[in-house]
Design a protein around this ligand. Structure first.
Ligand code: PAF
Length: 305
């Protein structure tokens, strides 16, 4: 496995591999790799000859300095995980390789970024789309794989890819969960033990709404109230948003639900009363499929663009 720190070197390798007829899948990450990331590597391998992983904690997508500084950084452990997963190349650049000192250029998706995480994290998606565009230019992949836990991020990246004309197939990887149902996230390790136990409230809310929808409940107010009851049963949980949205446009869902609808949650957890853990924001989602009276975590139009 090669570890590359320079964008120019990565571009050179990409040109070489493409000339040899190799198909490249890129899995962009911010490191602190877990089984969720490794499932994206597997998804990439199914669609390409080589899987490349980028590991870069992107400063421009963080709203708070504390969150950026506290973000877990475990490069050696991540490189081992990539080696074991059969990754071909890891691109692990420094900030200067991605953002030249006097950089002034941003890639910004205007509308899809306004609701949900965009409302509470202004500028976050501009940082994401800018770095992903730069990663596409550096790695020149045929395919790029992103997790569906970040549903809005995936939608925004699909839009950016179309708008910018990148010749990259965007693939959404299914959410991977802990045995208790909590979605895997690099942020989970920052929860105190008590907050970690309470984090199960998110998936319980998703399950309860899915079950109610499957039994015929179509009223969005009733479903949102049900989700809120579950989240608020966790003493350290502070709801950021609980929303039902159209999965493509991300517009607010109608009062009476009839078509596939995204239930999206963002919840802040406070540190444990003992002082353990940090303030941690968790997100999760479920795609509810009303027309067929069942729900699924997969995108209705398939898992690739
Ligand atoms: O999902 C992430 O880890 C990041 O937002 C991404 C896509 C790697 C961009 O920094």
């Amino acid at each position: 496995m090669k570890v590359v720190e320079s964008r120019l070197e990565l571009q050179r390798l990409s040109d070489e591999e493409r000339a040899r007829g190799q198909r490249i899948a890129l899995v962009p990450t911010m490191g602190a790799l877990h089984a969720g990331h490794l499932s994206l590597v597997d998804a990439g391998r199914k669609r390409a000859d080589q899987v490349w992983v980028s590991i870069f904690v992107n400063p421009t997508q963080f709203n708070e300095a504390n969150d950026f500084e506290g973000y877990p950084r475990e490069l050696e452990r991540d490189l081992d995980a990539c080696r074991q997963a059969g990754v071909d190349i890891v691109y692990a650049p420094g900030v200067d390789d991605v953002y030249p000192q006097d950089a002034q250029t941003w890639v910004d998706v205007e509308t899809l970024t306004l609701p949900l995480c965009g409302a509470s994290r202004p500028g976050h998606f501009r940082g994401v789309t800018t770095v992903v565009a730069k990663l596409f230019l550096a790695a020149k992949p045929h395919v790029a794989v992103f997790g569906q836990k970040d549903f809005q991020q995936l939608a925004v990246i699909r839009q950016m890819t179309r708008d910018m004309g990148f010749d990259v197939e965007i693939v959404g990887g299914a959410i991977v969960r802990e045995p208790d149902g909590v979605a895997l996230s690099s942020r989970n390790v920052r929860l105190g033990p008590e907050a970690r136990r309470q984090a199960v409230a998110l998936v319980q809310a998703l399950d309860a709404v899915e079950a109610a929808a499957a039994s015929g409940e179509r009223d969005s107010g009733a479903l949102l109230a049900l989700a809120r009851t579950h989240i608020e049963s966790a003493p350290q949980a502070r709801v950021d948003y609980i929303e039902l949205r159209d999965p493509d446009s991300l517009e607010t869902a109608p009062e009476t639900l009839a078509a596939a609808t995204l239930l999206a949650l963002a919840v802040n957890f406070t540190p444990d009363p003992s002082g353990e853990g940090a303030d941690v924001r968790l997100i999760d989602n479920r795609l509810l499929s009303f027309d067929r009276s069942r729900a699924t975590e997969h995108h209705p139009s398939g898992d690739s663009q």
